[in-house]
Design a protein around this ligand. Sequence first.
Ligand SMILES: *[C@@H]1O[C@H](CO)[C@@H](O)[C@H](O)[C@H]1NC(C)=O
Ligand SMILES: *[C@@H]1O[C@H](CO)[C@@H](O)[C@H](O)[C@H]1NC(C)=O
Ligand SMILES: *[C@@H]1O[C@H](CO)[C@@H](O)[C@H](O)[C@H]1NC(C)=O
Length: 411
Amino acid sequence: MSWGSISLSVLVIFVVLCSAKIAHAHASMNLRNSSDIDTHQNYTQFLLTNGVARTPPMGWNSWNHFQCNIDEWTVKNTADALISTGLAALGYKYINIDDCWAEGKRDWRGNLREKSSTFPSGIKSLADYVHAKGLKLGIYSDAGYKTCSKTMPGSLGHEDIDARTFAEWGIDYLKYDNCYHDGSKPLDRFARMSYALQKVARPILYAICEWGEENPAKWASQYGNAWRTTTDIKDIWESITSIADENNIWGRYAGPGRWNDPDMLEVGNGGMSLEEYQSHFSIWAIMKAPLLIGCDIRSASRETLWILGNKEVIDVNQDPLGVQARKIRSKAGLEVWAGPLSSRRVVIVLWNRSKYRAPISVGWREVGLSPSNPVSVRDLWAHSFISKGIRSRLTAHVAPHACKMYILTSI
Ligand SMILES: *[C@@H]1O[C@H](CO)[C@@H](O)[C@H](O)[C@H]1NC(C)=O
Ligand SMILES: *[C@@H]1O[C@H](CO)[C@@H](O)[C@H](O)[C@H]1NC(C)=O
Ligand SMILES: *[C@@H]1O[C@H](CO)[C@@H](O)[C@H](O)[C@H]1NC(C)=O
């Protein structure tokens, strides 16, 4: 498929209205001065202060593509590929091993052991390899007796010893899952690993994965740096739209050091169209989700790298203000998502989930900009300014399941 035909098929029309009257005043939302930002500041006093994840974590995780078929060679080759594709330089730093990396039984002292058939050199040596390339290593465990694959022990009751093992190995990131537990509340089980990690000398990003069961946005920022808000993602359109909506509910709880996690990316795994993957990536970026690549980077197509490597979209995700954008309007599947960025900019995504013919329109007042001020509009997928001074509103036609992503700057 050629990029030219895609951009041609996405025709953008601007309607400049001189009238200050805004049709969607009922949905208006001042993003610069919303009470959400107060709430967001109030939560900082309870923050886990391990100093990591000031912007959403970026990297790769083995699960979505490899599931249990993971070994040290795949991990090393993936680290090499992150560098050679240029993705590492764009911020994808964490190489995260998911489930199935350990032997089924602990050693006689109670330590987890890496599986000798698939990780014969050991996790420590893998961490050294990854660190030597300027990358970071993540690992996986579970707040239960076994991990979800049932192939290895979980950390319930072994939190301290496992946290020490991870620190000794040089682990930088822990994804902590929720299978085969004792029926106690997630908060209790996930807090125990948080305390164990805080006791070790190494700062380890702690990603809580209790699947949104106990509304973790409300409590998990005291214990971890990110928390899953939903069940597992699938490489299909319906999964993307439903997870986006569920994650959206918790927008105001996100901020530097503490992020809602709608699960890892499926971009490049083959189940969706190019436009659908672009929408997936755009919405994950604007929601300040962790951007964890879930495909095989070693064989990623040019299209996949074009999406994952869009620096302008990544910059939105990594913006220092760290405010999660939210859906501000939805009618018949035509959606407007918006959020504030640093330097008084606003990012918007116009997303077409519909089957119907209708333009998507957004007024400046709805997103906290003065309708009488001219606004420069940058298209983050076309990499060009569509205008350097539009007043009042813009209207776009967006291909089915595609989106347009813009940064608006008052000038
Ligand atoms: C923000 O809202 C408060 C109360 O609604 C108002 O007093 C204040 O002037 C507003 N600030 C700005 C910058 O609009
Ligand atoms: C945030 O904290 C301030 C001062 O403690 C308080 O007045 C305000 O109501 C809080 N806002 C929210 C949304 O909880
Ligand atoms: C959204 O896609 C539908 C086809 O599914 C198309 O008819 C419609 O015009 C598109 N909407 C916008 C706003 O471009």
